[in-house]
Design a binder for this molecule. Structure first.
Ligand code: ATP
Length: 750
């Protein structure tokens, strides 16, 4: 695997020197101070050793040949190491854009006097990290456990349990896992930081996003309200305009009809002024009635006169009848006497009758009639005493004639009286006709008055109707103004769509309640729209979308980081488990071989490694007295039990025992996970002859797995090497390398 190494200007190697490692065991021999350890250091150096102490120098200039009397000091020191890569085992864990597809891998490191240092892999300059990465792929750890410098054989024994663990991990090839673990932990830390950063950013934009979301929701709601409002406006305005137009037309028609009716009523009212007054008719009536009454009174007087005449004649008739009766019964002489007396009686009766005729006083007439009747009665008495004597037949005849004439008179009077009475009757009926005429005129006037007042009422009614309709018209006109204002207001709220109502055909009958309900809805929507901020928020929406996208991006980022974080955590957990498992397995494997080698070295006894957890006692910051146990990482304890000895503490081992234990452990570790090569610088220095043989046996075993480069003064060790390099200090003051034969080597070594 390891093919060769070339030193140029490194430490005592002033000139270019090359060593080839073609055999399992190569020994480097030479006298003290010739530069053997410098070769070992050159290997450490080229593989990336950073500790100046382990290179036995203070500064990088100590690594460059200092110069001699003959040779000057160069500006730089360079070491190149060549590995075989036919089986292409070398690899990088990350893509470096450096091809490793070669049969050889040449790693070179140069150091300059000014302190600068460069690394190359097959001529390409790389970082130290890349060298470590490349070497770990072939199990060459950076801890240098496979290069045991002079006096460092017991390094494992004297190291702390944690250092031991690191060395063993490195030897077990767990360093790559450790790198992976560290890298994962670094990535985890970065993820946590990024996550924090992303979350901070999200938290920062959250209130703004919330605000924008609310605004956009508002604007979307406003949009939908506006759409609703637009449709409602079209519906309402169409109906309202239809309503206004119809109502106005209807009211105008109504008013013109009413006005027509009013003018008819008014003109008919004016005709009532020409009617005859009732008072005049009454005066006329009274005049006519009085005339009739006068006439009737006149006729009545004449009737009364006739009645008196009739009574007088009736009295005469009665007298004549009684005379007739008396004369019929009396003698003739008596009649003569009687005639004389009768003559005076008639004369005095005539006087009384004349007085009756003249009198108009009824009482006087009655007393005169009484006086006449008295006279008649006294005459009758005289007659009976026989004082009256008349010629009987003549007298009787005369009397009868007188009675007939008087009866004739009476019937004449009766005729005349009935005629007068008829006249009175006619006049009475004329009078009552006049009254009834007046009454009927009165009642006809009443009717007309009623008609008049009815018409007046009608007029008032019409006027108030007209006023009412005029009021309605002005209210419709007000509504028309409101309508226009509504359109203006609406155009601000919904733009030109406000005119959509004009395209809406409206044949349906207008339901006023429906219209009121629409108007109410309209107002409600307007208020809602105003409360939502009215205007559309396109800019706001754009900003919201941008912020949302940003937030979603951050959310996605956060999720991605969260995912990768949990993946990393899984990897870390997994890696830790692998390390733990491999470490424990490795330690178990090492223990087996360690025990074997230990027994070989000491002819018995017992030795083993133990994985322990170190707990460090730490002082608390607050209270110096209070202490607490802090669990630390696991480490490795070494237990030894020498045969026939009770010694168990490493500290109590002799130098040789210590050396043998170290070698046994070192070889055990190396055999479990063999590195490509192992460099042993005088590890065998403290061994006696018997132990040197055992050491030699172990070298041979070990060389089956790893190439061995041993720096030695030990003859036994030299005998196990196939190639021997002798190092000598030349006359020019620089070290020189040359292959030597065994015998020569034994000589050189001394
Ligand atoms: P030993 O058998 O005693 O261990 P060694 O062969 O291992 O000896 P080294 O320790 O390799 O010897 O070499 C040490 C020698 O290298 C010293 O003499 C020292 O002066 C020389 N040396 C170290 N650094 C330089 C340098 N920068 N320039 C010149 N010579 C140096």
């Amino acid at each position: 695997m390891l093919k060769s190494i070339e030193l140029n200007g490194f430490k005592s190697f002033a000139k270019k020197n090359e060593l080839f490692f073609n055999t399992p065991v190569t020994a480097i021999v030479g006298p003290n101070g010739s530069g053997k350890s410098n070769v070992v250091e050159s290997i450490r150096f080229v593989l990336g050793e950073q500790s100046m102490k382990s290179l036995r120098g203070k500064s990088s200039s100590d690594l460059i040949f200092k110069g001699s009397k003959v040779l000057s000091s160069p500006n730089r020191a360079k070491v190149s190491i060549v590995f075989d890569n036919k089986d292409k085992k070398f690899s990088f864990s990350e893509d470096l854009n450096i091809s490793l597809d070669f049969n050889e891998i040449v790693i070179a490191r140069e150091v300059f006097k000014d302190g600068g240092s460069t690394y190359t892999i097959n001529g390409s300059e790389v970082r130290l990290k890349d060298i470590n990465d490349l070497l770990s792929s072939v199990n060459i750890g950076s801890s240098g456990h496979h290069i045991i410098s002079q006096g460092e054989a017991d390094r494992l024994l004297s190291a702390s349990i944690k250092e031991r663990r690191e060395m063993i991990e490195d030897a077990l090839g767990l360093k790559s896992y450790q790198y992976k673990l560290k890298e994962s932990e670094r990535r985890l830390e970065k993820s946590i930081e990024n996550l924090k950063e992303v979350n901070i950013q999200r938290r920062e934009i959250a209130p703004h996003l919330k605000f924008l979301k609310k605004q956009v929701e508002k604007s979307l709601e406003a949009k939908s309200v506006r759409e609703e409002l637009t449709s409602l406006y079209a519906q309402y305005l169409a109906l309202e305009s239809h309503y206004i137009k119809n109502t106005k037309q209807d009211l105008t028609n109504q008013i013109s009809v009413l006005k027509g009716e009013l003018s008819v009523v008014e003109s008919s009212l004016s005709s009532y002024k020409n009617n005859v007054s009732e008072d005049e008719a009454e005066v006329e009536l009274e005049k006519n009635v009085s005339e009739i009454n006068n006439k009737i009174a006149e006729i009545r007087t004449r009737v009364d006169e006739l009645i008196k005449e009739e009574a007088k004649i009736s009295a005469f008739i009665e007298i004549e009848k009684s005379n007739l009766d008396k004369y019929s019964k009396t003698e003739k002489s008596e009649i003569t006497i009687y005639t004389t007396k009768i003559k005076s009686f008639v004369d005095s009766s005539k006087e009384i009758l004349q007085k009756i005729n003249k009198s108009s006083d009824t009482n006087e007439i009655q007393s005169l009639v009484k006086e006449l009747l008295g006279k008649i009665e006294r005459e009758v008495e005289v007659y009976y005493k026989g004082e009256n004597i008349l010629e009987k037949d003549q007298v009787l005849f005369d009397i009868k004639e007188k009675i007939a004439n008087l009866s004739k008179d009476i019937s004449t009077y009766a005729e005349r009286k009935s005629k007068f009475l008829k006249d009175i009757e006619d006049l009475e009926s004329k009078k009552s006709a006049l009254y009834s005429g007046f009454q009927s005129m009165q009642s006809s006037n009443l009717e007309k008055e009623k008609e008049y007042s009815d018409k007046k009422l009608k007029k008032q009614e019409l006027e108030s109707k007209i006023t009412l309709i005029e009021r309605e018209i002005s209210s419709v006109e007000e509504r028309e103004t409101s309508f226009e204002e509504e359109v203006k207001e609406g155009s601000i709220l919904i733009g030109s769509s406000i005119l959509d109502y004009k395209n809406k055909k409206n044949e349906e009958e207008i339901d006023k309640e429906h219209l009121t309900a629409l108007k109410k809805d309209l107002e409600r929507l307007k208020i809602k729209l105003e409360s939502l901020g009215g205007a559309s928020g396109e800019d706001m929406e754009k900003e919201y979308q941008e912020t949302l996208t940003r937030d979603q991006y951050l959310e996605k980022e956060s999720e991605d980081i969260e995912n990768s974080k949990s993946q990393i955590e899984d990897i870390i957990k997994e890696t830790k488990e692998i390390i733990e498992e491999k470490f424990q397995e490795g330690v178990n494997d090492i223990n087996k071989t360690f025990q074997e080698y230990f027994e070989t070295m000491f002819g018995g006894g017992r030795a083993f490694l133990e994985v322990v957890t170190e707990k460090r006692r730490r002082r608390s910051e607050e209270d110096e007295l209070e202490q607490e146990d802090v669990p630390l990482e696991k480490g490795i304890d070494i237990h030894v039990n020498l045969p026939q000895k009770k010694v168990k503490e490493l500290m109590m081992l002799s130098g040789g025992e210590r050396s043998l234990t170290s070698i046994a452990l070192l070889f055990a570790i190396s055999s479990v996970n063999p590195p490509p090569f192992i460099v042993l610088d005088e590890t065998d220095a403290a061994l006696d002859e018997a132990n040197s043989r055992r050491y030699g046996d172990m070298l041979e075993k070990l060389s089956k797995h790893s190439q061995l480069i041993v720096v030695t003064h030990n003859r036994e060790t030299m005998s196990r090497a196939q190639v021997l390099y002798g190092v000598t200090l030349g006359s020019d003051g620089g070290s020189r390398l040359l292959t030597v034969q065994f015998e020569e080597a034994v000589k050189v070594a001394k």
